[in-house]
Design a protein around this ligand. Structure first.
Ligand SMILES: *Cc1c(COP(=O)(O)O)cnc(C)c1O
Length: 241
């Protein structure tokens, strides 16, 4: 046995997690009358080592999400990147945009015009188009990032005029709640907003992504129309900070 396969074997428990999560995604997709292939699985890799991430990639994961620019950059050289897409999903400071503009294919956590303006500026400088999602603070929580819902359409309208940046849809992290009915209401509200946004921007943008659902609620999110689920602990186990 080679050194590498020894290390790989240490992570074989991840296989079970991956199987279970992809099975549950499939089941929920079918239940919601959609094709399982229409729902994208993102592995959320904050606090997870490159070795574990690479094991997940060997199982079939081709999209990872990180919250922090520095953490993503520190792992970059160690990842199997052949088919890998990377997204930023955490609060992003404008002064960090230039560091990741060539690394990520999407920024899911855009919650201000000023951040969008910097993404636009850097994209033009780097001669690329950057896909973004607007993160909405769907529960209207004071301590949370995300754009207040009442500012969504004005903000989207302004961003849609910028060069080098394409709005693809919405992202949300609903309030923590343990009953399914309540969480589904937040997901439904976000889907309806995304549909409104789609018709609002129909001549300018192709709205096709709805990023919602994490380990505890991705099944509910899919039943309410999510097209991209962001799963961390159900894939990798509890995070140790
Ligand atoms: C950490 C994180 C996730 C994944 O959370 P889990 O509950 O571990 O699946 C998803 N989305 C965002 C924005 C996160 O910060």
């Amino acid at each position: 046995m080679t050194q590498n396969s020894l290390i790989e074997n240490e992570f074989s428990y991840l296989d079970e997690n991956y199987k279970r999560v992809t099975f549950e995604i499939e089941e929920a997709a079918i239940k919601s009358g959609r094709n399982p292939g229409d729902i994208k699985l993102m592995a959320v890799t904050k606090t997870v080592s490159p070795l574990m991430i690479n094991h997940m990639i060997s199982l079939g994961v081709d999209l990872i999400g990180e919250n922090k620019v520095q953490e993503l950059l520190s792992k970059l050289d160690f990842l199997t990147k052949d088919n890998l897409e990377m997204h930023i999903i955490g609060h992003l400071q404008s002064n960090k945009v230039r560091k990741i503009i060539d690394v990520v294919s999407m920024i899911q956590s855009v919650d201000s015009v000023s951040l969008a303006r910097e993404i636009s500026r850097q994209s033009v400088l780097h001669k690329k188009e950057t896909d973004i999602l607007i993160e909405v603070n769907i529960g209207d929580e004071e301590a949370k990032t995300g754009l207040p819902v009442e500012m969504l359409f004005d903000t989207a309208s302004e961003i849609s005029e910028m060069d080098g940046i394409r709005i693809k849809g919405l992202m949300c992290v609903p309030p923590i709640c343990d009953d399914e009915t309540t969480v589904r209401k937040y997901f439904e509200k976000t889907r309806l907003l995304n549909e409104e946004l789609k018709s609002f921007l129909k001549d300018k943008e192709d709205i096709s992504v709805l990023s919602m659902g994490m380990s505890s609620d991705f099944v509910s999110a899919i039943l309410e129309g999510s097209t991209l689920v962001r799963v961390g602990s159900s894939l990798f186990g509890m995070r140790r900070y």
